[in-house]
Write a protein that binds this ligand. Sequence first.
Ligand code: GLA
Length: 656
Amino acid sequence: MPGCWSSHRPFPLPAVRRAVLAAALAALAMPGLAAAPADPLLPAGRWQGDTSGAARTPPMGWNSWNAFRTEVDEDKVMGAAQMLVDSGLARLGYNHVNVDDGWWLKRRQSDGRMQIRTSIFPSAATGGANETSFKPFTDKLHGLGLKAGIYTDIGRNACSQAYDLHSPNLPQGTTAEREVGLEGHVEQDIQLYFKEWGFDYIKIDACGLADFVPGSSLVKEQSYRPQAPLIERNAINRTDIKAVRSRYEAVSAALKAARPEHDYILSICAWGMANVRTWGKDVGNLWRTSSDITPSWTSMLHNFDSAVKRPLYAGPGHWNDPDILYLGHEAFDADHLVEARSHFSLWAMINAPLLISYDLRNGPASLLEVLGNADLVRLNQDPAGHQGVVSYDSDDVQIIVKTLGHGSSKAVALFNRGATPMDITLLAKHLKLSDQAPIVLKDLWSRQSVTFTGEQAFTLAPHETRVFEASGKRQVANGVYLSEIPGSLNVAVDGTRRAELDPTIHRMIDPWSNTRSGGARPQYAGWGGAQPDATPFGQTLQVAGQAFDAGIGVLSNSRIQVRNDAGQAWLMASVGVDDSSANIDQPVRFYVYGDGKLLAQSPAMTLGKPAVPLKANIAGRTIIELVVRGARSGSAPPVVASWGEARLLSAAASAP
Ligand code: GLA
């Protein structure tokens, strides 16, 4: 029987001790300044998962793009705004009104100031033809109690300038006048949009870094300034991930300067490319995880899939963004209410932004009812910010469970992805609730309740999603599994060595030009990232034949932070090298830190060695950090390491 490894053990590796000392001395030498630890695996001792900005819960509201594309105008936007207010949706939280592509006329060359197309935004004509301002427009929105959002591109040119060439609202003028994106104008534009014009939210696209390729027919025919792409649409290995990230970091810095109260939202629109699914959380408040959604069932599934397996990368302040809702169109219109409810339920369960995008002035009441389901909105906006976790996953059926608050209740979605009716049996263990005590399920669509013990069968119509709030006796009587509280975890370092494409998300040829498409395939990196209740590669957690239903799966050389929000007293886990590890030779060690202090460690663990229990006294500690260290040398892949049944327990929990 393996021993229990705890803080009484001597300090692990001399190298680690030296590095800790060095970091501590550096901090002492610079009073008031937290020294950045040289070794990213050293505990930070402070929460690194806060993204500045005003998105403690997922943004909600309306966006013009899916409704009007570039044919947006002031009447349409103000009509939507008024409907949000009149319908009561604004009171539910739908309070952002975001203008997407199409608003601009040109960049004035005398001083670089952006000009608004006053033919579609007449209130912007504040000082003759050459002097425009969105201030009257944002004042009107603010006067309605709403927030205002604007759109730009991180490069020189925007997406419509590559993909909507028929548009009547493309920027006009010389090559330089048509450079409406942020490149070379970050501070100027952000000051203008946020200080002078009063916007609260910005969506920043990335076509300017991808599509204006030297020598391309687009650049030649439209006389754009060519730019060697930083995002290679077809190749993650030729995408300059660092450069893309630093472009968005510069915007984040400019936003902080323009709005010292940090009352802004930064939406990164790099479509899941440039490894943004990994770093988006550290830079922006939401980041697109996939290509543009289209109003079809399969596209909705695709975008959902791009975000649903990334719950550890989202939390209060930063959210996976599978794109704007497509309710009100084609597969999700009022004739497809089952699909509309499913789309909405799924977005609610995974803490996606809830941005409506159809012509609200002419929308059917039935869709307003879907969007106005206050219980679903409450799940999405739960302040604890725990994204739903997939607890059962077949081709046809998924069960997604979302913890509310610190775990007192749960929401569960039963989702029939397929086109035929499906029988689904929900088990207590899917909910991490006891199978010995009654579980009450309240249906958040029909409002009916059912009570069961152990398991309950359901039949779902094609494409149907049932969503319940569930309460029962918790499996972890005096605490919570870490995988139940992803919003309290921050993947500070996930151990991936290079950006690898996620093979579980279909890489379709882009549909925009039909079967004639040349075939740029989306580059969704992030494969190997940390996972709740699964290994980083989607396997069941298992150490030396012992499977764990719960736990956190990581790679070697990773550091996961846990906020001890509920003031728990113990962290416990069974740790070891996962049986699925492709690296079968190298040992790893597991460490638990509390507020920067080493509390527990494992012996060297190798493949096939039974999991050892780790127990750390975390009473009074606010930031717990879970580190797995292994060799970094050579070409061997990282070791797959499992924090089996990792859980936080209260002082009342009996000692193991
Ligand atoms: C890209 C984005 C969309 C939309 C359009 C505007 O395709 O992903 O959400 O903003 O650009 O041109």
